[in-house]
Design a protein around this ligand. Sequence first.
Ligand SMILES: NC(=O)c1ccc[n+]([C@@H]2O[C@H](COP(=O)([O-])OP(=O)(O)OC[C@H]3O[C@@H](n4cnc5c(N)ncnc54)[C@H](OP(=O)(O)O)[C@@H]3O)[C@@H](O)[C@H]2O)c1
Length: 325
Amino acid sequence: MHSVAIIGASGYAGQETLDRVVGHPGFEVVALGSDSLAGSGASALDVRLNGSLPRFVPNEEALASGADLTFLCLGHERAAALEPSADGVVVDLSGAHRLADPALYPAWYGFEHPRPEELAGWTYGLPEVSPPVGRLVANPGCYATAAILALAPLAGAIESGSVVVDAKSGVSGAGRELKPGSHAGFVLENVSPYRVGSHQHAPEIAGALGYPVCFVPHLLPVRRGLIATCYAQIDGDARDLIEAAYAGSAAVRVLPEGVAPELSRVQHTDGAEIGVYDERATARPVIVCALDNLGKGAAGQAVQNANLALDLDETLGLKLTGVPV
Ligand SMILES: NC(=O)c1ccc[n+]([C@@H]2O[C@H](COP(=O)([O-])OP(=O)(O)OC[C@H]3O[C@@H](n4cnc5c(N)ncnc54)[C@H](OP(=O)(O)O)[C@@H]3O)[C@@H](O)[C@H]2O)c1
């Protein structure tokens, strides 16, 4: 068994990570970190958690637990400030270690990176496109995962200046902490774009694809799930390239022609769906990727990365089967 510490276990990403770790046959929770719940039993987070889990401790104490595997599930700036444990695998679900160039942090994340010299030690782990190398893994953002899964197979065929990513996410993407933009009075029966031209996933997508895209995120009045519709000019057959890229993938399903990706099929799962269309009027392919922002977009992918970093079957602990309505 591999011992696991979860830092920031009380947030949405932390709770979903805990959910996957509890169901993982090779993982055992040894430390649950939360500054707000320190001293409380695990059931303070959710009454479904029973007495077999350790009590919450402050995040710094959980980080020092000596676990074989540590998940960082904190906000970007809090995660950037932490000294990662000296040994073991660390998977950071925040954006604190996703960008190789520290100079990008003030503009896109709003803070100077406190440990700029350490960014080079982290790898950006998107298992189907760039599997993790080494023990420090930066887990991709939810929107970035969908855009990169849709577009990476088209490398070499794509007209890079032509790419538009129109993406929409459920409100859990904003986290458990209450913000004016996630208040029910604003979200329900409403759809709106936000952070157009300034969303922090834009440089992440550009870094992974090698070219910038026009990225427009929107907030949907649903709890979870994300859909990214990508428009591009390409020289080649998009369906052939995408089917070939994911033929052996357990987590990414390319749908047959005529079947549309749907939030309802990916919600509560760690898989992604991709649909490929030919838009006849302007002769361009449209590629649509749907995933759960908390699954393949966060906790599921983090566990997939951890499995790979520990040389385990990458699907252990993931929610990839079943046909719930
Ligand atoms: N949500 C997603 O879909 C998603 C997807 C991909 C990546 N991520 C990334 O994962 C990281 C954590 O995101 P998140 O969505 O889990 O954020 P969150 O729910 O807001 O939780 C973040 C931290 O805030 C504190 N917190 C929890 N509940 C709170 C509350 N009710 N009021 C105030 N603070 C509270 C917790 O730390 P303490 O208990 O220690 O104070 C928690 O670890 C972020 O870097 C985010 O970008 C999130």
